[in-house]
Write a protein that binds this ligand. Structure first.
Ligand SMILES: Nc1ncnc2c1ncn2[C@@H]1O[C@H](COP(=O)(O)OP(=O)(O)OP(=O)(O)O)[C@@H](O)[C@H]1O
Length: 602
């Protein structure tokens, strides 16, 4: 149906030479070479395994080839991405045609396989492709990866092997030419491991370059690979086809025992179980590479025949992918975020219910303090409590949420699902309205029960300050969460809350603050929030409290007195609201950059 308009998977080889990766061990410590000038050539149509003992540098090499590590201060050497015509392709082109599947799957849990595939297809495919066509393509991919039977299963209910295949399926939507996988079979049993590797080989046959790191594969899995790259202590010790391994080492007088797994034998050699052959292996591999690569090429001819047989299937699963505008991606992200809200009642309904309970609780605690002239100071404490609740809950939840988002975000950004700014704005649109709605619930109930003036404009002013408190705390929490881990974040967040309370002016009055500390209160958004609350309720010519006979003398009969006592200006509500908006925008902008920095550090 789409065959003629579709491009085939672009074939891209990777060639690297003299790659050195060096890091400083600790602060001012000695330099440590993790990769020591390695060379290699990974061809399209082949599935390559980067093997080696723990600490050999496998993940480092993979991270360098993918572009996860691009640190010019520590990385030297040449890496070329070469197309069929033997031309180098640009970095941006390479990024478009490659994807990286991490060891942990990081799949959002409340979506079904079909839903998450549809989101992936909507984000990655051009809008011109209609939903029916996308459905056909999704089914083809699921069919290829044997996931059709799980189409309506939620991702958290999938087995380890199915999750891994789904991770691959999500990226296949874009028809990548190069697929990197970090330890794809770790944690899978023998059956699923083999199934996973066979599936990858099938994808490689369609002109893709598949590169994965692998620890210690079984003999069957080892032989499934087309090409093996053995690393030990940052040096290449063997490169070639698995079927050549035994013969290669036998030529060096290293005889793999009969019925012994050649993969295990190689690891035993580089682990020096039969003596130290490291220098010899490095020397020989450099000298003989050409010969062994020629042998590999012979075996490639067989693959080409197989590919001819698969040709129609290849056309069927290839898709013309045009870049979708970030604006459209933004709306796709916003719409797709509604799915978990319907599924997990704790995300929305429970939050609203708890905010309702808290509002009732606050209301009962401060019952009718707003109508009682003598309780004016208690009413100010109600403002302090409401500020504390909105600030603390929103700041801490934001701090704790970041690590969960980061893992998925890192993967999806790297694989070009969307740009960071798209995600960032969509998060704002998705999260904040819910939080502000919860704020409205607590505000309304506690406002009524605590006996605040029944005037719509005052309520809206009061709610405006509450909503800004929520928004600022959420942004501040986000900022902290992008800078430190959740344990430190919750500690820092709690300390900041205490400081904000001290500078708010409701517990320690501004008059009572030491002068040199008083000026710091101008840097605290809590100050402007409290001023806004007091102005909403007592400002703007609020009429005097009604006088009754049983009322003993009350200084606050005239509401203006409260402003004097608290040393707050009357009539500057909009001024305070504006400052709160500036705080919000400031935290949001800064946290965008701290998030970006966090994502770029590996
Ligand atoms: N940023 C870093 N700082 C210090 N040492 C590092 C850093 N990154 C990697 N290393 C060291 O480099 C070596 C290679 O690490 P790498 O993660 O690439 O190994 P690996 O072969 O993938 O190991 P494993 O199979 O255990 O995951 C290890 O000794 C590791 O401690």
């Amino acid at each position: 149906m789409y065959g003629k308009s579709m491009s085939m998977s672009k074939s891209i080889d990777i060639e690297f030479s003299n790659v050195v990766y060096e890091i400083q061990d600790g602060f001012r410590g000695p330099k440590k070479q993790i990769l020591k000038g390695i060379n290699g050539y990974f061809k399209s149509g082949e599935m390559t395994a980067i093997m080696g003992p723990s600490g050999a540098g496998k993940s480092t090499l993979l991270n360098i080839l993918t572009g996860f590590i691009r640190d010019k201060n520590h990385l030297r050497g040449k890496i070329n991405y070469i197309n069929k015509e033997r031309n180098k392709i640009t970095w941006n082109e390479y990024k478009r045609y490659s994807c990286y599947i991490l060891q942990e799957d990081h799949l959002p849990s409340l979506y079904t396989v079909n839903e998450i595939m549809t989101i992936s297809a909507n984000l990655k495919m051009d809008n011109d492709i209609d939903q029916n066509a996308k459905r056909i393509i999704i089914d083809e991919i699921l069919d290829t990866l044997d996931l059709m039977k799980n189409k309506y299963t939620r991702t958290n209910e999938l087995s380890g092997g199915e999750k891994k295949r789904l991770s691959v399926a999500l990226e296949l939507v874009e028809n990548p030419s190069i697929i990197f996988l970090d330890e794809p079979i770790t944690g899978l049993d023998a059956h699923f491991s083999l199934q996973c590797v066979k599936m990858l080989r099938k994808l490689a046959r369609k002109d893709r370059t598949i590169i994965c790191t692998i620890h210690q594969p079984s003999a069957t899995i080892y032989e499934t690979f087309d090409h093996v790259y053995l690393l030990a202590k940052g040096r290449c010790m063997y490169e070639g086809a698995p079927k050549n391994t035994v013969e290669y080492f036998a030529n060096l007088d290293l005889h793999c025992p009969k019925y012994h797994n050649p993969a295990d034998y190689m690891i035993e050699i580089v682990n020096k179980e039969y003596g130290d052959f490291d220098d010899l292996l490095v020397e020989v591999i450099e000298d003989t590479k050409a010969v062994w690569q020629f042998k590999d090429k012979l075996s490639m001819i067989e693959y080409k025949d197989t590919r001819k047989i698969d040709y129609n299937e290849e056309e069927k699963t290839s898709v013309m992918v045009k870049t979708l505008s970030e604006y459209k991606k933004f709306w796709i992200l916003v719409k797709s975020s509604l799915i978990p809200l319907q599924r997990d009642w704790t995300l929305f309904y429970m939050k609203i219910f708890i905010h309702f309970l808290v509002g009732t609780f606050f209301g009962l605690f401060f019952l009718n303090v707003g109508v009682d002239c003598q309780e004016s100071f208690t009413n100010v404490k109600y403002f302090v409590v409401i500020f504390l609740f909105f600030s603390y809950t929103n700041m801490i939840t934001a701090i704790l949420k970041i690590p969960l988002e980061l893992a998925i975000l890192r993967k999806e950004l790297f694989n070009n699902w969307y740009q960071l700014k798209t995600y960032y704005f969509s998060l704002l649109i998705i999260d904040l309205p819910i939080k502000i709605f919860c704020t409205l619930v607590t505000c309304s109930i506690s406002y009524l029960l605590s006996g605040q003036p029944l005037q719509l404009n005052r309520f809206l002013m009061f709610f405006g300050i509450s909503a800004m408190t929520t928004s600022i705390a959420d942004s501040f929490g986000f900022l902290i969460g992008t800078l430190v881990n959740p344990v430190n974040g919750t500690f820092i967040g709690s300390v900041i809350m205490c400081i904000l309370l001290l500078f708010e002016g409701g517990i320690i009055l501004f008059n009572d603050m030491p002068k040199y500390l008083y000026y710091f209160s101008y840097l605290s958004y809590s100050r402007y929030a409290l001023e806004g609350f007091v102005q909403s309720i007592y400002g703007y010519n609020r009429e005097k409290f009604p006088y009754s006979d049983d009322l003993t003398y009350c200084v606050f009969l005239n509401p203006k007195i409260i402003f004097k006592e608290l040393e707050i200006d009357d009539g500057k509500y909009s001024h305070n609201l504006l400052i709160l908006i500036v705080f919000f925008v400031f935290y949001r902008i800064v946290s965008y950059f701290t998030l970006k920095r966090n994502l770029s550090s590996t």
